[in-house]
Every structure is written in structure tokens, then in C-alpha cells.
Design a protein around this ligand. Structure first.
Ligand code: FES
Ligand code: FES
Length: 159
């Protein structure tokens, strides 16, 4: 299969797909710059997106490996101008300062809450272990994911 989707839109793989990463494609070809380039070597988590509903570091994935898969980026989360409940929880919990790590944190959180809407604080820490934040000290981020999880359970859906 030589196609894949990003936020529901289909794209075709071509010869250049072997020479670029998924992060590069998202940022440079689709201008989806919510996927941040923090290190480009798989160390910081700022480039995290979902591939087939699993959180992955897009700078580590050659684009041709995405064939037949579905990519979701931070840009797909808000709907009709309303923030996604995880985005709102990060604001409500004061879980961001400079904001550079935030899209990656939110996508890792999304990947966690899709599979487990009732994570413990330790499970949240584990799910975010690959996401580095130099500003917050992490406690408010854990609080935000707990708050988002509560709202997912109340709503009965992650949207
Ligand atoms: S930019 Fe991908 S892990 Fe840092
Ligand atoms: S809020 Fe600045 S790096 Fe996390």
C-alpha cells in the first residue's frame, strides 16, 4: 500500500519517502508545525504524534514506514474552534509555560487515555517518560492528565 493518511487526508508515498522522516514531512511539506522539532534524534518527545492510535516520536520514523497507516497530529484535536478536552485540561491545570513541549505531551497523553481512561499517576508518568519539559517540573502536567482522564470518564468518550 503506497498511501497513508494525516488527520484524515490521504497522501501518496513517492521516491522521496525514503529520504525523510515523518516529522520532516509533517512540518516541511504539510506545514503542520504543531509537531515540534526539539532534537530530531528521538530524545525529547516534542515531535510526538499518533500512528494508528499509538504515540510515536515522528522524528525517528522514516516516512516510507507509514504506508497504510493513519497519522494524527495536534492540529486535528480542536474541533470547530473548541479545544480538545486534553488541551483544556492542560490550561486548567496550569501545565504549560513556554509551551514548546506541550503538543508532544498532549499527544502522548491522548495515546494513553485512548487505551486507558483511568491511569494512575505512576502510569501517567510512565506514558510521558519520553517527553521532556524544561519549564514545569512535571507535577502540573501529571495533574492535567489526571484531570483530562476524569473528564473522559465523565463524558464516556475521548472525542
Ligand atoms: S524532535 Fe523527535 S524526539 Fe526530539
Ligand atoms: S512548558 Fe516549556 S518545555 Fe515544557
Amino acid at each position: 500500500m503506497n498511501t497513508f493518511t494525516v488527520n484524515g487526508t490521504a497522501y501518496a508515498l513517492d521516491a522521496s519517502s525514503r529520504e525523510q522522516t515523518l516529522m520532516h514531512f509533517l512540518r516541511e511539506e504539510l506545514s503542520l508545525t504543531g509537531t515540534k522539532n526539539g532534537c530530531a534524534i528521538g530524545q525529547c518527545g516534542s515531535c510526538t504524534v499518533l500512528v494508528n492510535r499509538k504515540a510515536v516520536r515522528s522524528c525517528t520514523i522514516p516516512l516510507h514506514r507509514i504506508a497504510g497507516k493513519h497519522v494524527l497530529t495536534i492540529e486535528a484535536l480542536s474541533q470547530d474552534g473548541d479545544l480538545h478536552l486534553i488541551q483544556q485540561a492542560f490550561i486548567d491545570a496550569g501545565a504549560l509555560q513556554c509551551g514548546f513541549c506541550t503538543p508532544g505531551m498532549i499527544m502522548s497523553s491522548y495515546g494513553l487515555l485512548i487505551s486507558d481512561p483511568s491511569p494512575t499517576r505512576e502510569e501517567i508518568r510512565l506514558a510521558l517518560r519520553g517527553n521532556i519539559c524544561r519549564c514545569t517540573g512535571y507535577q502540573q502536567i501529571i495533574d492535567a492528565v489526571e484531570l483530562a482522564a476524569l473528564r473522559v470518564r465523565e463524558l464516556g468518550t475521548i472525542l
